[in-house]
Write a protein that binds this ligand. Structure first.
Ligand SMILES: *Cc1c(COP(=O)(O)O)cnc(C)c1O
Length: 380
């Protein structure tokens, strides 16, 4: 058996990406604007299926930053953020000089716990700092409890910034993730379900808001021949080359979702009779995850002491990448001075969970190699 590296999630080209990129070269649209940017945005709008508008940006992080700017977040404001997430969900809060308020996860979706969210909002209000926004994440592609979270956001009139960076192609009650927030965010980084090599998008309910995002993303130039600026601008627009890759990737997005979901089925079958290893899956049929990454939780009391770390090392020895779950933000040194609400749901998940190779480009041989490691480790 060959021993080439099996990645957690690596880029998977469909084939026609190069055509769009070549066209950009042939027409000299080698710039952060052009037909591929417009075409990619139109493809995404069509895919997301409701009446949203999409602005293609240089990264998902840039989209979160601009999203917070559009929601009026300023220095000194409080912004609620799911603690269990990738740091890019929270870093833009600090870019703006605002203060994150971290909220724990619940067990069903591993995302924002509605009860703790309300507790955090009420306590912040009592302290005279009503949160300016709620950053809610669909972790690993699993939709958060949309109805419950939206009801709380509406009750307290706080906008939701929906971090759908990991959830393009996931749905909740039949509606695409990315379309639930006051503002939505997508990412096309190299490891995401589709990639533009690096990129992101902002999803807005109105064309005005999208236009404002694009205005800010292109240095906030006022309408004048000379360069005139009344607002702070950013250089966050997507390159027309990258957008060409994105257009090709859109042609295979649904196929990639199917393949990622098949990887999840593979793991469910592999572990179905194994005591102590649980594959993370949707709580009910309202939630359809793209299963960007498949994660397991290991109860080492039931696996003869085999921990998630032992599994990670055994896989690594066979040149197979796996990764602990996102370490919650409230446990990160960079965020240690900010407040946190919750118990230890996210922390417990972090300590016992592991993400397994989940790419849409994995082969039968790859799956065999992964399976072999588990069969040997668990002495089956
Ligand atoms: C990847 C990711 C981002 C950031 O996207 P980039 O395009 O890498 O900047 C934000 N939030 C989450 C949850 C992510 O996984």
């Amino acid at each position: 058996m060959n021993n080439s590296k099996i990645w957690l999630s690596s880029p998977h080209m469909g084939g026609s990406e190069r055509n769009y990129v070549n066209e950009a070269f042939e027409t000299n649209w080698v710039a952060p604007l052009g037909p591929n940017v417009n075409g990619f945005e139109a493809d995404l709008e069509k895919y997301l299926g409701s009446t949203v508008h999409v602005g293609a940006l240089s990264s998902g992080t840039a989209a979160i930053h601009l999203g917070l700017v559009l929601l009026g977040v300023q220095a000194g404001d409080a912004v609620i953020c799911q603690s269990m997430t990738f740091s890019a969900s929270a870093n833009p809060i600090l870019y703006l000089g605002a203060a994150p308020v971290f909220v724990d996860s619940e067990e069903d979706t591993w995302n924002l716990c509605p009860l703790v969210l309300e507790e955090a909002i009420l306590d912040s209000i009592n302290k005279g700092k009503k949160p300016k926004a709620i950053i809610a994440v669909h972790l690993y592609g699993m939709p958060f409890k949309v109805d419950e979270i939206k009801a709380i956001a509406e009750k307290y009139q706080i906008p939701i910034l929906e971090d759908s960076a990991e959830a393009l192609g996931s749905t909740y009650k039949g509606q695409q993730c990315g379309t639930f927030g006051t503002i939505g965010v997508l990412s096309f980084n190299g490891n995401k379900i589709i990639t533009t090599s690096g990129g992101g998008a902002i999803v807005t309910p109105t064309k005005e808001l999208k236009d404002k995002a694009v205005f800010l993303a292109t240095q906030a130039r006022d309408n004048a021949a000379h360069y005139q600026h009344s607002e702070v601008g950013y250089n966050y627009r997507m390159s027309n080359i990258c957008a060409g890759i994105g257009r090709g990737q859109m042609e295979v997005l649904d196929a990639h979702v199917t393949l990622r979901r098949k990887m999840n089925d593979f793991y469910k079958e592999l572990f179905q009779d194994i005591e102590g290893i649980t594959v993370f899956d949707a709580p009910n049929t309202d939630y359809v995850s793209n299963h960007w990454l498949t994660a397991i939780v290991v109860d080492s009391a039931k696996t003869n002491g085999i921990t998630s770390e032992k599994i990670r090392l055994a896989l690594e020895k066979e040149n197979i990448e796996s990764r602990p779950l996102w370490k919650p933000m409230h446990l990160q040194p960079v965020f240690e001075n900010y407040s946190y609400y919750g118990k230890n749901v996210a922390q417990n998940l972090f300590e016992s969970g592991l993400c397994l190779p989940s790419g849409s480009n994995l082969t039968d041989e790859d799956r065999l190699r992964i399976k072999k490691v588990f069969l040997e480790l668990l002495k089956l």
